[in-house]
Design a protein around this ligand. Structure first.
Ligand code: GCB
Length: 598
């Protein structure tokens, strides 16, 4: 089997079927590049019923009954119900929902007239966490997972004129969810990203993969996939700025092989060059903005466009620090990314779940590499019978959405999972293999924190690293673990001496503006104590073999319910280099200077 066939096999399975989780009809994997399609936005005000006791299920609120006879009454009504804005989390929109984890029913009415021979899809950018979707009183399907797009075809269900969509959104934590019960970020629920109707032709371009072939700076290798019945179609890919026109014909599965050569101006942080690329078929036409670059591990180095690069990174949660809500817009993305840029970063780790497409695209435009991550966080129930399908689905959704973004250089498949969790290695190894079959050109990593620290020696041993292109490790020396000697004298015993090492998290907490306490005592949350952690860490970095980058935890202070110190934390994880109000802490300047010197 050649390379194209191997890659294609992975994707055929993605398009082949709906993944069945339980007995539900599941959403379809979303089509690519919706921004280039005929869209009708359903954003804006939606009516909302708050349902903490889950009574709406029993009352069947999706039927939308109204009293007819004098003796009729129904114990719900969307008329005059609260209004929630979409996109947006519900917690930040109504004070009574601040800490809410449960069910909210959303309702939107819209008018539509579908043209003859066209198809219609209802597309959600993301709903956290479970979505049950009803159209005109009929359930059209469900989706699990809070951070990725999904869609339903509604061609045969839409009525000419007035239609009603109702979504049951539930953000309860689930033992067998991704993430599971415990996580150190705020559980913003709701319809958190855009909702759109997408009208397509009967046969349309469902998806495409247009990126450089692994190891090449001049050959693009990929595919185009049509959806819909009909004859084989002629496919044409055009890059006008390169004077390039590539032609192919789809096969019986609707796939067309893409392979062409060109001299590209390569994308890099110094020169984030993007090209306008059109993908045409007989019945469809899409425009994308695509960049070309190579990323690879060679020995113990990471090479971007065949040159070694040091990853000057920062961790970011998807929260607007000033408004304290789930970030989603391009403006939110610019706020976060410009701060990362100011710090001197060339990479952002979008922790710990796929952030909005706006974030990924904005980063690409600004010349910041992106680390995309799955919400496979700490205590995941890997032995749950539904877990293999859930993991695979989330992987496909993340890779599916971002595979044409050259800015994305790393697929991170897990963070801080434990070898003692049954089935952890089996599941994560399968997931790694699946990821490579979908995209063999990017780096794949697992973040681990199982290293031991004894006699001032760090022992890095977790066998999951065998399957990771990078030894990515989180360590909190100076905060959770006191130093055992001079930071610069730290010894490293890494069982994977040929792999690049990336410190994916380090840091400590401080309240912005607080100097009130002994600078060498942790319990006062002073800026000086945090600053010292950074100074010590930077000294220690010199002792790390094969170090290819560092990534402080994290850019901004952010909300997290477990952070309950009533004087210093007040519901915030204070490890930010910047406070939620924008105040730069002393550690920020230490880090900026370090990055400037790299
Ligand atoms: C970690 C986690 C991150 C936490 C951080 C902390 O190791 O990966 O999600 O928030 O530590 O602040 O403790």
């Amino acid at each position: 089997m050649n390379y194209f066939n191997t890659m294609i096999t992975g994707w055929i399975l993605v398009f082949g079927a709906f993944i069945l989780l339980g007995n539900d009809i599941c959403a379809q994997t979303a089509m690519a590049n919706i921004q280039s399609r005929k869209l009708t936005s359903l954003n804006g005000e939606w009516r909302a019923l708050i349902d903490p006791s889950n009574t709406g299920e029993y009352l069947q609120v999706w039927v939308g009954k109204k009293p007819v006879k004098k003796t009729d009454f129904y114990e719900y009504s969307f008329e005059e119900a609260s209004v929630l804005n979409v996109p947006g989390d519900f917690n930040s929109q109504m004070s009574e929902l601040t800490y809410f984890e449960g069910t909210v029913w959303y309702k939107k009415q819209f008018n539509y007239l579908i043209a003859e021979g066209k198809r219609l899809f209802l597309h959600f950018g993301a709903v956290n966490y479970l979505a049950d979707v009803y159209l005109n009183g009929e359930k059209i399907g469900s989706h699990e997972g809070g951070f990725i797009p999904f869609q339903f075809e509604i061609t045969d269900k839409i009525k000419d004129g007035d239609n009603t969509v109702i979504v049951k959104v539930n953000n309860n934590r689930k033992g067998n969810g991704l993430p599971g019960y415990g996580y150190d970020w705020f559980n913003y629920g709701g319809i958190t990203r855009d909702v759109d109707l997408i009208e397509t032709d009967n046969t349309f371009i469902e998806d495409y993969f247009i990126q450089l072939k692994k190891g090449s700076l001049t050959t693009v290798l990929g595919w185009v996939k049509m959806n819909g019945a009909g004859e084989k179609q002629d496919i044409e890919i055009e890059v006008p700025e390169l004077n390039l026109r590539y032609k192919a014909i789809t096969d019986d599965e609707g796939f067309a092989h893409v392979e062409f050569e060109s001299e590209f101006e390569l994308w890099s942080p110094e020169n984030p060059r993007l090209y306008s690329v059109t993908v045409k078929s007989d019945t469809d036409f899409l425009v994308d903005t695509i960049g070309f670059r190579s990323i690879e591990v060679q020995g113990n180095q990471i090479l971007l466009n065949r040159k070694p690069i040091f990853l000057k990174a920062v961790n970011i949660h998807e929260e607007n620090p000033h408004r304290m809500n789930r970030a989603y817009s391009s403006e939110d993305a610019k706020l976060l990314l410009n701060s990362a840029k100011e710090l001197g970063c060339n990479l952002v780790r979008l922790a710990h779940y796929p952030h909005s497409e706006n974030m990924v695209k904005e980063a690409e435009r600004l010349g910041i590499m992106v680390w995309d991550e799955l919400p496979v966080y700490q205590h995941i129930q890997f032995s749950d019978s539904l877990m293999p399908a859930k993991l695979e689905q989330m992987l496909q959704e993340m890779v599916g959405r971002d595979k044409n973004r050259c800015g994305v250089v790393v697929w991170a498949l897990s963070n801080e999972t434990y070898p003692s969790t049954p089935n952890r290695n089996d599941r994560l190894i399968e997931l790694t293999q699946k990821c490579r079959s979908l995209d063999s050109a990017r780096l794949i990593t697992h973040v681990v924190n199982t290293q031991s620290y004894e006699n001032h020696t760090v022992n890095v041993w977790d066998s999951l690293y065998i399957h990771s292109d990078i030894v990515a490790l989180n360590e909190y020396f100076g905060w959770y673990l006191p130093w055992q000697g001079k930071p610069s004298d730290t010894k490293w015993n890494i069982s994977f001496p040929d792999k690049p090492v990336f410190i994916s998290e380090f840091g400590g907490e401080a309240v912005y503006g607080n100097s009130d306490g002994p600078p060498d005592e942790a319990a006062y949350w002073t800026e000086e104590y945090q600053e010292k952690i950074y100074v010590d860490q930077i000294e220690m970095f010199n002792s790390v073999p094969n170090l290819v980058g560092v990534c402080p935890w994290l850019l901004f202070d952010y909300r997290s319910l477990g952070r309950m110190h009533s004087v210093y934390q007040k519901g915030y994880n204070r490890k930010g280099l910047i406070s939620e109000k924008g105040g730069k802490k002393k550690a920020w300047y230490v880090m900026k200077e370090y990055f400037e010197g790299k």
